[in-house]
Design a protein around this ligand. Sequence first.
Ligand code: IPE
Ligand code: IPE
Ligand code: MG
Length: 247
Amino acid sequence: MNLKDKVDLGNLPRHIAVIMDGNGRWAKRRGGLRIFGHQNAIKAVRDTVEAAAELGVEYLTLYAFSTENWSRPAEEVSALMTLLVSTIRKETATLNKNNIRLQTIGNTASLPKACQRELMEAMELTKHNTRMTLVLALSYSGRWDITQAVQRLASEAGQGNIKADEINEASIAEYLSTTGMPDPELLIRTSGEQRISNFLLWQLAYTELYITELLWPDFRKEHLYEAILSYQSRERRFGKTSEQITK
Ligand code: IPE
Ligand code: IPE
Ligand code: MG
């Protein structure tokens, strides 16, 4: 029995988030430049998107570029942006063929205009697709997300549209960039780093973490199945006792 057949389709995470890390180290091991690693990350993205959609995952959120990544060397940032544009252009047809809708979260207004245009076009072309939503986190950080939510909530409160004591977890979630999406049940991070790196801080409150030593360019469908199988072997207690969960 292969790994895919072991996955319990009745207990799939509805939303999987991925910190795609380790491209630079992957390239370095091969004596290449960091961008060589980024270029070789596309295959991993393709495989992961395809595998998640085939299984029936509803949302797949990929951390592609963080707020902090703007501080990398200018040539790396620019190469990443170029790669983003060319990949979106190439992959939109496949997204449509596979009935996958593209969305973004993050401060996308800070991306180069060409990226913004390409993203807008791809989102427009795929907006009616229903099988899975692929969310690219671009110029994203959890603190940025919470800050923009607080700003907009405060502005609504200032205009008298919402009362301060009516603000609750549900209304905060509504103002986050992930509005309408379930919180991720599973977070995968490659390259062995055991940290969140300012990803979905609010949304990851009760997410199961899966960290693999694999570097992102080596990640394939089988590795996604492994992560899901690990998730499915866990007991999610949400603060309760094990007895409460199993009875
Ligand atoms: C992840 O790989 C890709 C991005 C952050 C854009 P890295 O570029 O962080 O690779 P390492 O962590 O340096 O190996
Ligand atoms: C996290 O990776 C961001 C993305 C994968 C886009 P980093 O490589 O930027 O994270 P740190 O700096 O090692 O925490
Ligand atoms: Mg990294």
